[in-house]
Design a protein around this ligand. Structure first.
Ligand code: PMP
Length: 522
């Protein structure tokens, strides 16, 4: 047996460490680790097709031409469906482009520093590096470039493509949405161009592994002939198609945050070149990586610098503070609470004007479900990671999570200026019905009446909920009334959390005309 040899000095792709690994090495709890190293949004995209439906036919292969996904991608990119080639993420398409244009005796041009996979995919095919695009069969371009964030004008890339008509010019536009400029409109005049896009970045769906290439019909067919029969799983293809048809991205907030971070870092004396992606690069700041990681703030080392992914404002404030940078205020209302005690370690990240995206990992499935309902109906973006002494019981985790959520809400509301103040909602769920009312004036009080018939739903002791909701109200500094009753305890609890979410959404919403209190302020 002998594998095809790899070139001397070949370095395979290396994955960054997981939050769990970093926590173990640094003596932290995973909830204390914030990853600024992965260039993905902090919260997952929300599947816009029912999950049950996506997973309904697991015995069948995907529809192998990916017609639905290609049509959705074509609509999004402004081309025809036969100009789209589907792959397992941008990475899959990088491999496909290498397979299509490279091999022993062929050459690939890569301008560094850039994403490592171009050199890896080229070497795996047996190609040699070219020193000049004119000598290459394939020219790799990353635009915006990872790790520098630099954006080259597409017309410049078009001119490059026209100057090397014998080569394929593959433009990785993984971060396209954050820079807004693409070579796709130039495909007609430079038919050797291929753009590669992904659902992993702005769409927040990296786990699905969906990417697409855009090219002239002829080139798309050339790629398609060589692709794997079914590179993307059917549920992933369905979720991705729905997302492309109706994109719900928060590019604007990310870009605003990127600029807020750059300004603070520049003012603190760091070099921080302009970026058109969802990260910033600090050349020469490599020695900061280690002390940051010791605090649980994980960044990516690149050469002598570090690359920092933009997260939500409150998280970004945390890393900026570690740099001694004083950020300007963010327009987005968000908060980060990290707490560790003898019993629990937890992190709550909350953005008030969100899209109902929730990632809850408390170790108690039904509690995660309730938090997801609260966040979704509250229009919040919410991440809750908690590791508690569940081996003792669920008490500390449930109480500490809702208390921390209350504290995060209080912080995110900051001065409470311009909020509507009052909110209420009645939510029916089959036989159950819940009503919640909220007043954001700083008079912490809770009246909670949840009429449960039994003690538990799943792993959650229901008796913990009233007191934990009280802690929530007290830490948030608000008045909360919630009542819920019905025959099914699952529904009673769920309707209550939905109603609280809806009431909060109304109370926290900004209303320029709101005259919140006769006293003028809350
Ligand atoms: N291209 C670039 C430039 C990247 O930074 C990344 C993320 N590591 C990828 C492609 C990978 O994208 P995907 O998840 O779609 O494979």
């Amino acid at each position: 047996m002998s594998a095809r040899p790899l070139p001397d000095g070949f370095e395979p792709y290396v994955w960054a460490s997981t939050a769990e690994d970093v926590a173990r090495w640094r003596g932290l709890h995973p909830a204390e680790v914030i990853r600024f190293d992965a260039n993905v949004p902090p919260l997952p995209g929300v599947p816009q097709v029912p999950l049950g439906e996506s997973f309904a036919r697991l015995n069948e292969y995907p529809e192998g031409t990916y017609r639905e996904l290609r049509e959705a991608a074509a609509g999004y990119a402004g081309v025809e469906a036969d100009q789209i080639v589907i792959g397992a993420g941008a990475d899959g398409l990088i491999g496909l482009a290498a397979r299509t244009f490279l091999g022993p005796g062929r050459r690939a041009y890569v301008r560094r520093p850039t994403y490592s996979l171009y050199a890896i995919a080229s070497a795996v095919e047996g190609a040699e590096p070219a020193d000049d695009p004119k000598d290459a069969d394939l020219v790799w371009v990353c635009n915006p470039n990872n790790p520098t964030g630099e954006l080259v004008e597409p017309t410049e890339i078009g001119a490059l493509a026209r100057s090397v008509p014998g080569a394929a010019v593959v433009v990785d536009e993984a971060y396209f949405e954050y820079g807004g400029k693409s070579v796709v409109p130039l495909l007609a005049e430079a038919p050797n161009l291929i753009a590669i896009r992904t659902l992993s970045k702005a769409f927040g769906l990296a786990a699905l592994r969906v990417g697409y290439a855009v090219a002239s019909r002829e080139l798309a067919a050339e790629l398609d002939r060589r692709r794997d029969p079914a590179p993307v799983a059917a549920p992933a293809a369905r979720i991705a198609a729905a997302a492309l048809r109706e994109p719900r991205l928060d590019v604007e907030q990310t870009v605003a945050e990127r600029e807020r971070m750059r300004e603070a870092l520049l003012a603190a004396g760091f070099e921080c070149p302009p970026s058109a992606a969802n990260f910033v690069l600090l050349p020469g700041a490599g020695d900061r990586a280690e002390p940051l990681e010791a605090q649980g703030l994980v960044v990516r080392r690149v050469g002598d610098g570090i690359r920092i992914t933009v997260r939500v404002p409150a998280e970004n404030d945390r890393i900026l503070a570690a740099f001694g940078a004083a950020p300007g205020p963010s327009a987005a209302r968000s908060a980060l609470v990290v707490r560790t005690s003898a019993e629990t370690a937890l992190r709550v990240v909350l953005a008030l004007d969100g899209q109902g995206r929730v990632r809850a990992q408390t170790g108690i499935g039904f509690f995660d479900h309730l938090l997801a309902q609260l966040g979704f109906h509250g229009g919040l973006d919410l991440e809750v990671v908690a590791g508690g002494d569940l081996d003792v019981d669920e008490h500390h985790t449930v109480e500490d999570v809702l208390a921390a959520l209350g504290s995060a809400l209080g912080q995110a509301l900051d001065g409470r200026a311009g909020v509507r103040r009052y909110g209420s909602a009645t939510v029916p769920m089959d036989e159950a019905r819940a009503t919640a009312a909220v007043d954001l004036v700083r008079r912490p009080h809770a009246e909670v009446a949840l009429a449960f018939a039994g003690d538990r739903v799943g792993g959650l002791p229901l008796t913990l909920l009233p007191h934990a909701l009280e802690r929530f109200a007290v830490e948030a500094g608000l008045t909360l009334h919630v009542e819920s009753a019905g025959a099914d305890d699952h529904h009673v609890a769920e309707a209550a959390f939905k109603a609280v979410g809806r009431a909060l959404r109304e109370a926290c919403s900004l209303d320029a005309a709101a005259q919140s209190s006769t006293k003028g302020t809350l």
